[in-house]
Design a protein around this ligand. Structure first.
Ligand code: LLP
Length: 421
């Protein structure tokens, strides 16, 4: 459930008409709902009730300072994957002991940054990385808490570009090698092994892959403990999917996921971390866009919008489906028509949907892409020198621009001319 609902035929973000925001901010823009972010965070938090746990929001999904602060104020920790994300988390007021550092290629500079600023743990992805963390920590006179990310070789049954838990994927250490890697870790200076990490993919719509992976992690926990290691924390990753086509998708709920966690690893007495991103932010955000033209093609009509693949890359990159709805609802009984919905960027890949049934629309009308809060604004670019799409946050009857649209000078002035020109 989210807080983008129609009232008297008009789409609202909480208590604000979306068209009022469009009139004030201009289009396109991302629009988030505080109440929805809050609700989604709390669903996870409650799902792990009774266990020692921390919900570490995977901020790669949507990393605006205002979103981070909203979640941090509710008690979220953060899962970061770069020095930039670490800096963003700190800037939003999150203390180092609530930040976990994931990612396959942490550089020395990033490791140093996190050790100096404080870190809850590094999720180590390879032996060479573990050795570098040991070296950097030793040089700084610090001890780095680590988990090792294991790759359980489980099929997450999701899009190939976002599956991470099979042995063919670049992520983690094969679970079969884990005991040897933990033995090496125990002997290295400057690091302290505290647990195990696993993340098998994103947009999972079935709990079975989680069940398989978490059972393997439970078994490994017992083996490693028998080998003499302290395993007191399990980071179980993120990945729970959301309904994109609302009319016919019903992925498992955080509550079911929480029950599964309790069932598979609850007996181990470990502190549990999870790293959800998409489920917290995805349906808490929409992309609002205006129709520029309706163009009659050969046997089809194109809806040409003022948002494009640079603003929302998911359809072009993953063939992702997003519901696209009119901001002003059609009158009941109005017949829908098929549209190819496209942006103005100069390539055919800039297509959001083909043959999408929509009510009749005209130039100037507003539409909203649903489920765009996660992996939307963060993956946007200025391709075609289209200004980076702004972001707006609604709360009750208030709204605020949380990232403004840059003007052309700001964009151009980022370039510098070398002395010979
Ligand atoms: N933890 C780790 C280590 C991850 O790699 C990810 C996502 C997450 C947590 C959060 O997963 P989530 O709960 O959001 O599914 N750009 C793609 C999704 C990439 C996901 C990458 N890793 C998309 O637009 O679908």
């Amino acid at each position: 459930m989210d807080h983008f609902l129609y009232r008297n035929g008009e789409l609202y973000a909480e208590d604000v008409p979306v068209s009022d925001i469009a009139a004030s901010v201009g289009t396109p823009f991302y629009l988030y709902s505080t109440a929805t972010l809050t609700r989604h965070f709390q669903l996870f938090d409650q799902a792990l009730d009774g266990m020692d746990h921390m919900v570490c929001y995977a901020m790669k999904a949507a990393s605006n300072q205002a979103i981070l602060k909203t979640l941090a104020d509710l008690g979220a920790g953060m899962d970061v994957v770069s020095g930039g994300e670490y800096a963003r988390a700190k800037a939003a007021g999150v203390s180092g002991d609530r930040i976990v550092f994931s990612g396959v290629g942490k550089t020395r500079a990033e490791i140093r940054q996190a050790l100096e600023g404080g870190i809850r743990q590094f999720n180590v992805e390879s032996e060479p990385e573990m050795r570098v963390i040991s070296e950097v920590a030793t040089a700084l006179g610090k001890t780095a808490p680590i988990t090792v990310r294991v790759n359980p070789d489980v099929d997450a049954k999701t899009h190939a570009k976002i599956a991470t838990g099979k042995s063919e994927n670049k992520f983690g250490i094969p679970i079969s090698k884990a005991r040897a890697v933990y033995a090496e870790a125990a002997a290295l200076p400057g690091i302290e092994v505290i647990g195990i990490d696993v993340h098998i993919g994103s947009q999972l719509t079935d709990l079975e892959p989680y069940e398989l992976a978490y059972r393997k992690v439970a078994e490994l926990t017992e083996q490693l403990r028998a080998d003499g290691h302290t395993i007191k924390r399990l980071d179980l990753g993120g990945g729970l999917g959301i309904p994109y086509a609302r009319s016919n998708e019903a992925p498992p709920l955080p509550q079911d996921y929480g029950a599964l966690i309790k069932r598979t690893v609850g007996h181990l007495g470990c502190e549990i971390e999870i790293e959800p991103g998409r489920l917290i932010a995805g349906n808490a955000g929409i992309l609002v866009s205006r129709v520029i033209y309706v163009k009659q093609g050969e046997g089809r009509q194109f809806l040409i919008l003022d948002s494009a693949m640079n603003d929302l890359i998911r359809p072009a990159m993953y063939d992702a489906y997003h519901d696209i709805v009119p901001v002003v609802e059609a009158a009941p009984g109005v017949e829908q028509q098929p549209f190819d919905i496209v942006g103005p960027v100069c390539e055919s890949g800039d297509t959001f949907a083909k043959n999408r049934m929509m009510p009749p629309l005209q130039a100037g009308d507003l539409v909203a892409f649903r489920s765009a809060g996660a992996y939307g604004a963060v993956m946007s670019s200025e391709y075609n020198t289209r200004p980076l799409v702004p972001e707006v946050l609604a709360k009750g009857d208030q709204f605020a621009v949380i990232r403004k649209r840059p003007d052309f000078d700001e964009i151009i002035n980022r370039d510098t001319i070398p002395p010979w020109l």
